[in-house]
Design a protein around this ligand. Structure first.
Ligand SMILES: Cc1cc2nc3c(=O)[nH]c(=O)nc-3n(C[C@H](O)[C@H](O)[C@H](O)COP(=O)(O)OP(=O)(O)OC[C@H]3O[C@@H](n4cnc5c(N)ncnc54)[C@H](O)[C@@H]3O)c2cc1C
Length: 263
């Protein structure tokens, strides 16, 4: 959002707890869906957006399900990249130059990104996950909230916290820019942001909870039902991996757009 405001000529100050990429918790990358991609394109200066595209992970060629003893239950071949963000491998010298200057490359990258925490407990880090409880709209002031500060959600298949934070950032940036250009009073602009953000933010929180395994009370974590759930999951993958129509449906579901903007 700060980049977007700066691009629009609005004065902005950022106060950040950590001074470098080596402080705090780092070590996971997030999946950016079309919502986050659109917001980044809107807020970032073109050269930073190009850096984002050039540094996206390459699309995997296979999705493989393993048992705890590393036996393959099913393998799905995945389609070739379909858009510019997917095909992130540097293609021309300009991309290579961008990568060389990318501050992310100064990150101490001596550890694997893929951790098998069962066999390497020291390679894992604890993470406390939480989901926000919906709140009623509040009287608008000159202070507002965005991202996890208002709608923290559980990560996983339906977890789109970063994409939703970016959607907030582009929306609030548009509203604050309008206020700075005096086409709207400041509080009206912040109020318009909050009126739009609260419904979609908490819809995404609810969707993230509707996802096996993100609640400690889930039957998955009970002794008997947990074994049954594991058996059902293995049978599902084993059958789906073998039946072409089910394989196609599984692949289509994997690529279904997370965090639709209809709400
Ligand atoms: C394992 C995992 C996987 C995830 N995968 C995905 C994914 O694939 N897709 C997706 O959309 N989302 C994903 N998320 C969620 C996503 O990471 C968050 O929703 C997103 O980072 C929220 O962004 P934010 O800017 O609101 O908060 P944060 O990213 O938490 O940023 C808050 C910033 O505020 C700073 N700060 C905190 N306190 C202070 C203070 N007192 N003073 C100054 N600065 C302070 C912090 O240092 C930090 O830089 C995942 C989350 C986890 C944990």
């Amino acid at each position: 959002m700060a980049r977007g405001l700066k691009k629009a000529g609005v004065s902005v100050a950022v106060h950040e707890r950590y001074g470098s990429r080596r402080d705090g918790l780092y070590g996971y990358r997030v999946g950016i869906a079309p919502t986050g991609n659109r917001a980044l394109k809107e807020c970032l200066p073109p050269e930073l957006f190009d850096t984002f595209v050039a540094t996206c992970a390459r699309d995997p060629r296979h999705f493989t399900v393993l048992t705890q003893s590393l036996r393959t239950t099913a393998t799905f071949e995945l389609p070739e990249s379909r858009d510019a963000v997917d095909s992130a491998a540097p293609k021309d010298p300009a991309d290579t130059a961008l990568l060389e200057n990318w501050s992310g490359l100064q990150f101490d990258n001596t550890r694997d990104y893929i951790n098998l925490s069962v066999s390497e407990p020291e390679a894992a880090f604890p993470l406390r996950t939480a989901a926000s409880v919906p709140v009623d709209p509040w009287p608008t002031t000159a202070i507002t909230l965005l991202g996890d500060a208002i709608h923290t959600m559980t990560p996983g298949r339906q977890g789109v916290g970063a994409n939703t934070a970016l959607r907030d950032a582009s929306l609030l940036c548009r509203e604050l820019t309008a206020a700075a250009r005096e086409s709207k009073p400041l509080r009206t602009a912040i109020g318009a942001y909050e009126a739009e953000m609260i419904p979609y933010g908490f819809t995404r929180v609810a969707e993230s909870l509707d996802n096996n395994g993100t609640s400690g009370d889930d039957p998955l974590y009970r002794p008997v039902t947990g074994r049954l759930a594991l058996f059902a999951a293995r049978s599902f993958f084993s059958v789906t991996g073998k039946v072409p129509a089910l394989r196609r449906k599984f692949r289509a579901d994997m690529y279904a757009y997370r965090g639709s903007e209809s709400v």
